[in-house]
Design a protein. Sequence first.
Length: 241
Amino acid sequence: MPLLDHFHPPISERRSWEGFHGLWAAAIVEKLNGEVLGEDFYADMQVHVGSQVEVDVATLTESNKSNDAGGTVTQQRTWTPPVTELVIPATFPDDIEVQVLSTVAGATLVGAIELVSPGNKDRKEARQAFVAKCLAYLTRGIGVIVVDIVTNRLANLHNELMQFLGHTEPFLLNPSVATYAVAYRPTRQESGDRIEIWPRTLNLEQCLPVLPLGLRNANVIPVDLESTYMEARRRSRLVAD
């Protein structure tokens, strides 16, 4: 099923790219959990787009109250830090991410698939934040796949990552390439650390590739972008478009 342009009419007028990316991420999670990953691994997804702040902190609301077993619940103490005059502006990248986690020693991130958003590409600070995030994963030995089907922003995040690492040709994509998918597999060998790279140009009206996702301290798994994209299109009723 060929790749559509989700960022220009007519598709953008009928479906939000945020909704479609969420469906695609969910389809990838379902595919990995159902058909690809072994029992010691599982896939999950993280979605955070825009400036909303997500807080994942459980707060106890009852204090010194007897429970059914006759015990008590003690209220968590709160602490307020001192006021500081040092506050800097920051850009936190959008997250539309499929995570692969190992359960061998607790939930440990071992692989990540990044679905690029327009916000990741629109400003220099946003691009730098995205590159820094990917680099942080790679330096920890976590394999990464970046999938960029954004057509209304022309920046190439793969090229920016390569340039940040000090590499030019043949590691760069053609500057005219705006949609692409790249797999990065960091490895440690006696000859030195290295990152294997599988770049693929994505073209509208053409099918999507299968890319390798290297799992930290584990094997390599296939990520079928085409079949999961087809499933996302089916779920969003874009099959006939």
